[in-house]
Design a protein around this ligand. Structure first.
Ligand code: C2E
Ligand code: CA
Length: 417
């Protein structure tokens, strides 16, 4: 028994298609359906029928006002209902239109290829839940002064997420991910404060706190025989002051951690402003055998230019290309190309965002070196790593045995040389 939306509006210029969809919806028990054949008509009806309890099926290809224009107009009106996009075009065009609608902050239930299969329609409608408008859910913004205060008060804490070796299933290292233990708001994720810290000159202090804490933790884990490698995120804004390399190197020496056990994950969310300084810092760090990882590869400015210019030894494939890779041809092509690039440059390939068994199996099949993601573990406080590892050792044998010997795997990059 599926719960259906109270009202449905179908928009398609072809009366035959409307009839077909009407019948399919009636077969599912949905009778409260209106139809219209032009975008203008649909928008007029929506004006009368404001509210989130509505589902509108939009055909993309229509003469006059097409589906893309309807999407834009709905966004202008802050439409709070839910959309299903329909088209007989290539699936990739439909997926792009879905991304466009979501970028406009519209609620999209999914997309349907024509001719619409009844079981596909049913499966889609099973996911219908009344949406709340995005605007109401937009998170609180934090100011620079509050972040500065949190830094001084020691409210920023490191969480760690395991990176595991796909050939053996063993723990290879951890990535440090900062969180804010906010006195009123609880645990605040970095996307809510890193950008502000970058914009207001606080990112150096933040990175220093995170790095120092991560190295201290790594020393304790190494001494306990738990894990050696630790990764820390650095922003491009950290790479504008030449003393950053000296700071990192002095902290490594102070911690007693081997330089090759520290990996810096470089996220380039904006264009390099000071190319000379960045290259100077990164080259010196590599000369001292500190690992460099190109983070979120394929997104923003983390691109081929950076691969050409900077001696990275690890490539992290952005999670949005990874989750669902087994079911999505486009993702599979992108991931395969990234793995190939990593192999050719002699870099270790890491897939982020591995969320389920299917992602895991597919990446093993493709010969990815390391993975990270909720399927393996969520980011956790340092004190929880030993407990997680004990549980992982129980899961590991089944996940990392498929009869392949390690020498059939892509060779791991060795950044000690
Ligand atoms: P990132 O470096 O790409 O980190 C991966 C993000 O994906 C983390 O989000 C992690 O919690 C999340 N994640 C891990 N596994 C999965 C999964 O299976 N599925 C999904 N959907 N997500 C997963 P988080 O911790 O919120 O961090 C967001 C970003 O903030 C990081 O992205 C990184 O760019 C930045 N960041 C975190 N800590 C620091 C830091 O100390 N300094 C700087 N400059 N940036 C940091
Ligand atoms: Ca990262």
């Amino acid at each position: 028994m599926i719960v259906l939306p109270p009202k449905i509006l179908l928009l398609d210029d072809e009366p035959f298609q409307l009839k077909l969809l009407l019948r399919q919806l009636a077969n599912l028990g949905q009778d409260a359906v209106e139809t219209c054949t032009t975008g203008a008509d649909a928008l007029t009806r929506l004006e009368v029928n404001v509210g989130g309890e509505q589902l509108i099926f939009i055909d993309l290809n229509m003469p006059g006002m097409d589906g893309v224009e309807v999407i834009r107009r709905l966004a202008d009106r802050h439409y709070s209902g839910t959309l299903v996009l329909v088209s007989g075009e290539d699936a990739r065009i439909l997926e792009t239109a879905v991304r466009l609608a979501r970028a406009h902050r519209l609620n999209v239930l999914g997309h349907l290829n024509k001719p619409i299969q009844p079981e596909v329609l049913r499966a889609l409608l099973e996911h219908w839940v009344e949406q709340t408008p995005f605007a109401a859910a937009s998170p609180k913004q934090y100011g620079a002064a509050e972040i500065g205060r949190a830094l001084l008060a020691g409210e920023l804490v490191n969480y760690y997420q395991p990176k595991v070796d796909m050939a053996t299933g063993t723990l290879d290292g951890v990535e440090t991910l900062v969180r804010w233990h906010h006195p009123d708001d609880g645990l605040v994720l970095p996307d809510r404060f890193i950008g502000v810290a970058e914009d207001h000159g606080l990112i150096d202090d933040l990175t220093r706190v995170v790095l120092t804490g991560a190295l201290e933790q790594a020393r304790r884990w190494r001494d306990a025989g738990l894990v050696r490698r630790v990764a820390v995120n650095v922003s491009m804004d950290n790479l504008t002051r030449l003393d950053f390399a000296d700071f990192v190197l002095s902290q490594v020496v102070h911690s007693g951690i081997a330089a090759e056990d520290l990996m810096l994950e470089v996220t380039e969310s904006r264009l390099m402003t000071n190319i000379v300084a960045s290259l100077d810092i990164l080259t010196r760090l590599r000369l001292k055998h500190i690992g460099l990882s190109i983070d979120d590869f394929g997104m923003g400015h983390s691109s081929l230019t950076q691969l050409r210019d900077i001696p990275f030894n690890e490539l992290k494939i952005e999670g949005s290309f990874v989750h669902g890779v087994g079911q999505d041809q486009t993702k599979s092509v992108i991931v395969t190309a990234c793995l190939d690039l990593a192999r050719q440059f002699g870099m270790t390939a890491v897939a982020e965002g591995v969320e389920d068994r299917s992602d895991w199996d597919c990446l093993r099949q493709l010969g990815c070196n390391l993975v990270q993601g909720y399927f393996v573990a969520r980011p956790m406080p340092g004190a929880e790593l030993a407990g997680w590892l004990a549980d992982w050792e129980v899961r590991r044998p089944e996940l990392a045995t498929d009869g392949r010997t390690p020498n059939t795997w892509q060779r791991r990059a060795d950044h000690t040389r």
